[in-house]
Each structure stands twice: as C-alpha cells, then as structure tokens.
Ligand binder design. Structure first.
Ligand SMILES: [Zn+2]
Length: 236
C-alpha cells in the first residue's frame, strides 16, 4: 500500500505519509502522521455516547458515581491507547464534540426531575445525620439514615414524601419482644401511619383512617406491620 497517499488502517490507527519540506538533495521529505481510524472513532463515539446516555437516569447516587467512574476509566483507556497517534488531539476534539452534545442532553433530562424535591430530601438527610436520636444506638441511627436514602424520603406504607417532623423509625419486631436495631428490623413510616400501626382504641383507629385515606394495598401493609407487633388487623 502506498503510505504516501493513503491512510493505512491498523489496529484502530490510520497512518499517512505527509510531505514536510525537502531533503538537501531536493527530494521530498515525508513524515508519517497518524489518526484514530474512522472505524475506531465510530466505536469510541458509540460507547461514549451510550455511557453519556446512562447518566441521564441513574437509580441512585451510588449508581451515578459508578457510571461516572466507568466513563472516566473508558476515556482514560482510550486516551492512553491512542496517545501514540500524532494527530490524536484533533480526533478526540471531534469525538468529544459529539459526546458533549449527548452529555448535555442527558444532564438536561436530569434537571427536569423535580429539583426542589431532591434538594429537600438532601437537606432532610443532612438534618438526620446531624441530629441522631440521642437515646438510641449508633446502629439505629445509621439505619435510620440508610432507610431514609433507601426509601427516597418516602413513607414505607403510603409512598408519600415525609416532612422532617413526620419521619418515624419503627421497629417491625418491637424492642420489648426482643427486636433489635438492625436494618431489616427497622422501617421509616410517617407519623400518622406509625400511630395507626400501634393504635388499639377504636376511636383513634377511626380518626387516623379518616385522615389517611389508605388504599387496600396500603392498609394491607399496615396490617402486616401490626401482625409483627402482635396486634389485630384493622378490618374495613
Ligand atoms: Zn413503632
């Protein structure tokens, strides 16, 4: 193959001989320039775009970090491999232009999520971290925070977002019956649901039920929690 005229594709690189000045005897002097090959560029672009798209809908913070980590590792790997190519910066500039467009679209999609809500959950999480329940164990307080993130700030029964004063940490198996402060034995429910789980007086039950408007499914969850506390189920 005539390297002087064509790019020669090899392992994702394309090489081309370029004339650069003349030898003292008047002959043309050539240097070899190398680019990332078109095929490899396409491959990199596809993967980078896919990773950028993945950033749009991470399930949680942990996943966000994993995706960003994977993206950075991928970019670093590609840079290291193609760092050998002489014209590689121009090639990457071209690729990054396309990826950045995808990235921007992804981040825009994220911004469309209710920002205020997210901010509020973060503030509440910080509040819970800074204000542990003093007469409880470290395990209890850690799990209270873990559950708050795990439940995305929502009541485990109603699925509604809880205000900071509404967050109640309930022992599924009561401490009095030997229930511990493990993650599995705790759950976060809103104050009224918590009262309902432990209520025994008919008038209390009635008032709470009237306020909460539970669906049959939600009532089923309340009754499951009552059963674990050895309380009779609420009939409707
Ligand atoms: Zn409780």
């Amino acid at each position: 193959m005539n390297l002087k005229r064509h790019y020669s594709e090899f392992l994702g690189f394309k090489l081309k001989a370029k004339q650069k000045g003349k030898k003292p005897n008047g002959e043309a002097k050539y240097v070899v320039t190398s680019h990332i090959s078109d095929k490899a560029s396409k491959r990199i672009l596809t993967r980078a775009n896919q990773t950028a798209k993945n950033m749009a809908h991470p399930k949680n913070d942990m996943m966000t970090y994993q995706i960003i980590g994977a993206y950075n590792a991928f970019v670093m790997g590609v840079h290291q491999y193609y760092g050998l190519a002489t014209e590689v910066n121009k090639d990457f500039h071209r690729i990054s232009f396309h990826v950045n467009r995808t990235l921007k679209a992804s981040l825009k999609a994220r911004l469309k999520r209710p920002q205020g809500q997210q901010l509020k959950c973060r503030e509440i999480l910080l509040y819970l971290m800074r204000n542990p329940v003093l007469n409880r164990s470290i395990e209890y307080n850690d799990n209270r925070i873990s559950h708050y993130s795990g439940q995305l700030g929502k009541c485990a029964v109603t699925g509604r977002l809880m205000e900071v004063h509404e967050i109640h940490c309930h022992h599924k198996k009561p401490a009095a019956s030997g229930g511990d402060d493990s993650y599995e034995n705790l759950t976060l429910i809103c104050a009224d649901v918590h009262r309902l789980v432990h209520a025994t007086k008919p008038e209390t039950l009635q008032t709470l039920l009237a306020n909460l408007h539970l669906t049959p499914y939600q009532l089923g969850r309340v009754n499951h929690l009552r059963q674990l506390c050895e309380l009779a189920p609420i009939e409707c």
